[in-house]
Write a protein that binds this ligand. Structure first.
Ligand SMILES: Nc1nc2c(ncn2[C@@H]2O[C@H](COP(=O)(O)OP(=O)(O)OP(=O)(O)O)[C@@H](O)[C@H]2O)c(=O)[nH]1
Ligand SMILES: [Mg+2]
Length: 214
């Protein structure tokens, strides 16, 4: 059985814009979310590599699209997308971000799924919802990662989870969009995330390549 080992992740490249992205071959999963939500920390927890994606206390650290490969195979990629939602960004930059993200979610052939990282204390803000809507429009499987769950009591975290799950069911998008709680600090929810990502990446063709390489 084909299974992905996320610990094999290695840095591949950074792209300042869509034009500089790796070729649209193979499969990739992307992490998106508001600036400071915890995207890079989630990637580091997933890959058990605290130094892989840069994390920062200063919002807006990751301005580039960062690519990581798995199993030394450039056809298996994890993508750290630039954070969004800071107050002080000029309008032109916001509009450029919207255009870029919408294009990435709608047109990127190799993209198999989107992990939308949200601070569990501030989930489903306007831009998050916009991204979810684009993903649904593009029929792109999406996983909502409610991170920093260690900042809430268990009951409060569960109630946020259930509330969002209810919203997904009511919106009839629960076949495409799933949700879980997560903590990079406590390493909580790693297996659930891994199994969702593995499902997306187990695509025929790439699998054969991978087995040939192994
Ligand atoms: N308590 C707690 N803190 C976290 C968790 N995940 C991330 N953080 C902290 O949140 C801050 C931002 O984390 P990053 O992973 O850099 O966030 P990001 O989404 O990559 O941010 P940008 O790249 O700026 O968009 C850092 O200070 C992290 O240590 C978590 O699960 N629990
Ligand atoms: Mg980051």
């Amino acid at each position: 059985m084909f299974s992905i080992n996320f610990q094999t992740a290695q840095y591949l490249s950074s792209a300042p814009s869509l034009k500089e992205c790796p070729p649209e071959e193979g499969v990739e999963v992307a992490f998106a979310g508001r600036s400071n939500a915890g995207k890079s920390s989630a990637i580091n927890t997933l890959t058990r590599n605290g130094k892989l994606a840069r994390t920062s206390k200063t919002p807006g650290r990751t301005q580039l699209i960062n690519y990581f490969v798995l199993h030394d195979n450039p056809l298996l990629r994890v993508v750290d997308l630039p954070g969004y939602g800071f107050a002080k960004v000029p309008l032109a930059m916001k509009q450029a971000w919207e255009k870029n993200m919408s294009a990435y979610l709608h047109k990127r052939e190799s993209l198999q799924g989107l992990v939308l990282v949200m601070d569990i204390r501030h989930p489903m803000r306007e831009l998050d919802t916009m991204l979810i809507n684009w993903a649904v429009e593009a029929e792109l499987p999406t996983h909502l990662l409610l991170t920093k769950a260690d900042k809430l009591k268990r009951g409060a975290a569960q109630s946020t989870l259930l509330q969002i799950r209810k919203t997904l069911i009511e919106g009839e998008v629960d076949d495409l969009v799933s949700v879980q709680t997560f903590s990079a600090l406590k390493k909580q929810g790693v297996q659930e995330l891994e199994s969702r990502l593995s499902g997306w990446m187990s695509v025929e063709g790439v699998q054969e390549e991978f087995e040939d390489d192994a």
